[in-house]
Write a protein that binds this ligand. Structure first.
Ligand code: ATP
Ligand code: MG
Length: 568
């Protein structure tokens, strides 16, 4: 590709709307343009990167027996009514009607579509296992589309679905996909971690997320340096902490005017925050819930939601708190609750002694609350959010925390969809059984953005070679020097003929402009063709990531450049 022809409108300024680095650099490097919130055009350079990622994904899926197909983006509502997800999916689903007033949606995912496809054609155990995948746009009307390609409303996903005869088969499919994902993200040159994730309504221990480690990541993860434990903070399990036993003192009401927060109350009473109970009221589709954790702990809303098995959960507003607790936020608690509020207490709370909590009366707290004596929660469970230095559930060492970008997820679905959609087969004994399923997604466009979040510097993107739009940029220093130009042309042609993706900066621009653009776009190698090339037959080869410079002879540079690229 010649830069005079390349459609990559680079920008000098950082667009104000772009908060994260990948969004800024994708815009500045002329790789994407916004059409609407969370909806982008991929310009030629971005499209090349995406196709390279897709090629890696295809190779690894095919290696594990995956077969590529393509299903419709537009899906009839009937499929989703059958599984009940038409109503559950909520506002995140893009819905539309045809001219006959029939309901459709734009596929946010394809479990319904593929299960109905397979159920009508697969009848016998002999046709299983099956691993089918596609790479295609997905549509989700995210509440907060943001960060450019990271959280789009239209984005590219690879989704594979496995159909097995039994759970042993599913284990095998899951393991192969886990391995394939590990290979995909390694080949993309990313630093990532597979973490245990929350399986939500499906439950079980059947899901891992693949997280690219980056400060801008939306997900919190914990990991252990002494064993292989790693988990999404949403999922990470915690054992109860036992406070040292104390003599149970009688409860006492204390006036605490205007003292609302945990730190204020601890200061006011001159006690540690570990002696306080934090009480948070939530509104859910199953009524109002009071969640209790130790004062210095936070509520893990995903764990709470799983315990309650509710669809919606949000912090209650002041009015709800006043109605349900006859008090105000900051002064609510589990003791002497009159109403019908569900109380969920964290395991650690139940092992506290002589603690302090809100009195359900404005401006009052209760002292010497002893949970086992003074109230009876509806549910006692692990609902606490894990923190840095909490003990590893596997080996007890202190855990570390990091931020991650979820680029992929593997999931054991078991028979959730096959039962709902009656996707059955006849086993060896002629017995009808539901297929055992798994689903496995990779965010292809998010992976491109995540790669930038991990690979950039002040001058621009630093692409890993495997997914760079082009591996090499050939830059003649003087656009007027015909000898330099013809040598540059020759190198450009030879590298491309030898399978090295190369661009030629043939623009009539100052060298500084050309180098700046090459750095911004992030080609792994820059080759400068200057006076030395003409006089000494030497080219200057600079590595984008390290700034390291090599001089290669025109006689043997092709092999040298290839060898260098293979090491980057
Ligand atoms: P998230 O928790 O980030 O919303 P998800 O768990 O809903 O993602 P999945 O249904 O597991 O996503 O989708 C598979 C993959 O698709 C994700 O691992 C992610 O890489 C990608 N993905 C999901 N939502 C988006 C989005 N809005 N924009 C870009 N990529 C996305
Ligand atoms: Mg996910």
């Amino acid at each position: 590709m010649r830069m005079t022809q390349l459609y990559a409108p680079t920008l000098r300024e950082t667009p104000a709307e772009a908060e994260v680095i990948s969004h800024q650099l994708l815009l500045r490097a002329g790789m994407i343009r916004k059409a609407a919130g969370g909806i982008y055009s991929y310009l030629p350079l971005a499209w090349r990167v995406l196709r390279k990622i897709e090629t890696i994904v295809r190779e690894e899926m095919d290696n594990k027996g995956g077969q590529e197909l393509l299903m419709p983006i537009m899906q009839p509502a009937e499929l989703w009514l059958e599984t009940g997800r038409w109503n559950v999916y909520g506002d995140e689903m893009f819905r539309l009607k045809d001219r006959h007033n029939r309901d459709f949606c734009l596929g946010p995912t394809h479990e319904e579509m593929i299960t109905t496809l397979v159920r009508s054609d697969v009848r016998s155990y002999r046709q299983l296992p099956l691993r089918l995948y596609q790479i295609q746009n997905k549509y989700r009307d995210e509440i907060r589309p943001r960060f450019g390609l990271m959280r789009g409303r239209e984005f590219i996903m690879k989704d594979l679905y496995s159909f097995d005869r039994d759970e042993i088969g599913l284990e095998e499919s899951y393991r192969s996909m886990y391995d394939a994902y590990t290979r995909v993200f390694s080949r993309c040159g990313l630093k990532f971690r597979a973490v245990e994730a929350d399986a939500g309504a499906i439950g079980g221990s059947g899901t891992h997320e693949f997280m690219v480690i980056a400060d801008s990541g939306e997900a919190g993860i914990v990991y252990c340096n002494d064993c292989d434990y790693a988990a999404n903070v949403e999922k990470a399990e915690l054992k109860p902490i036992y406070a040292a036993e104390e003599e149970l003192l009688p409860k006492a009401v204390k006036d605490t005017p205007g003292i609302k927060t945990i730190s204020e109350i601890a200061k006011f009473l001159n006690i540690e925050t570990v002696k306080t109970i934090k009480a948070l009221a939530y509104k859910t589709d199953k009524g109002v819930v009071l969640a209790l954790v130790r004062g210095d702990h936070e509520v893990n809303e995903i764990k709470l939601q799983n315990q309650l098995n509710c669809l919606t959960l949000e912090l209650a507003d002041e009015q709800t708190v006043t109605e349900e607790f006859e008090s105000t936020p900051g002064f609510i608690g589990p003791v002497d609750l009159k109403g019908k509020v569900t109380v969920v207490a964290d395991l650690t709370v139940m092992n506290m002694f002589n603690a302090v909590c809100g009195a359900n009366k404005p401006d009052q707290h209760i002292l010497n609350v002893n949970p086992k004596r003074d109230f009876e929660p509806t549910i006692i469970a692990d609902i606490r959010l894990i923190q840095e230095n909490d003990p590893c559930p596997q080996c007890g060492s202190q855990l570390k925390t990091a931020r991650g970008i979820e680029v992929g997820q593997v999931f054991k679905l078991y028979t959730k969809y096959s039962k709902a959609l009656k996707a059955t087969f006849l086993d060896e004994n002629g017995k009808e059984k539901p297929m055992v399923m798994g689903c496995y997604g990779i965010g292809v466009s998010r992976t491109m953005a995540a790669a930038i979040e991990q690979n950039y510097d002040d001058n621009g993107i630093v692409w890993p070679v495997s997914i760079a739009p082009y591996s090499v940029a050939v830059i003649p220093v003087s656009a007027k020097d015909s000898e330099q130009l013809s040598l540059a042309e020759k190198i450009y042609a030879e590298l491309n003929n030898n399978g090295v993706d190369t661009v030629l900066d043939d623009r009539n621009e100052r060298p500084g402009v050309k180098f700046k653009d090459a750095d911004l776009i992030g080609y792994p190698i820059k080759i400068t063709v200057g006076p030395k090339t003409v006089s000494e037959k030497l080219i200057e080869v600079k590595i984008r990531r390290t700034g390291e410079v090599h001089y290669f002879s025109l006689q043997s540079y092709i092999e040298d450049v290839k060898a260098l690229l293979s090491k980057l």
